[in-house]
Design a protein around this ligand. Sequence first.
Ligand code: 2DT
Length: 213
Amino acid sequence: MTRGRLILIEGLDRTGKTTQTNLLLEKLGPNAQLIKFPERTTPIGKLIDKYLTERSFELADQAVHLLFAANRWELSHQIEALLRSGKHVILDRYVYSGVAYSSAKGVRGMDLQWCIQPEKGLIKPDLTLFFTTDTAAERQGFGDERYEVEEFQKKVKVKFNDVFKMFENPDYRVNHIKILDVGNKTVEDVAAAVWSLVSDHIATNKSTDFMYF
Ligand code: 2DT
């Protein structure tokens, strides 16, 4: 049996990741499972949720970064088991968000190299779709959570570019990152583009080995 594919949808806030991961889950049917990071219901996820929603709950930036990474480690065995059982796993955010958001804070010492360390050993996605847009803030308006501030989102966008540039280095052996400009596109148009990339990937990539960050 071929293992399932790990398909990641990454991107800036309010670019439609949640809508599109849900639509993709419908398309792939019962042979797929969706996991969203942060996964806020686990012990570590509850702390992350408190940090994001309660401004008075202070944590050191380094500690927050490690919590987000630890949240992925909490689910890493489950993800690997699902893939081995032949199920596709769709991820809504993953390692790249972890590195981009934390490094965008501009904290001394928390550069890309520092941020990637606790992610080392996690399974790499087989296909990554990165949603970008110039019009995210106009499209839906930002919400109330800690990072939903236009100024910070601009920094995150720059960092996402740096992160993907870093991963272009052959040492990281990261393949299949596709950038999708979702600005001014309808939900249907984006869903069609996503489905075309995902179905093509599943049909043509049959490798069985896992790759790890
Ligand atoms: P959502 O709005 O998608 O629930 O994300 N974040 C996310 C990080 O800073 N590091 C991470 O590793 C992940 C997965 C992005 C909530 C916020 O958490 C940020 C926005």
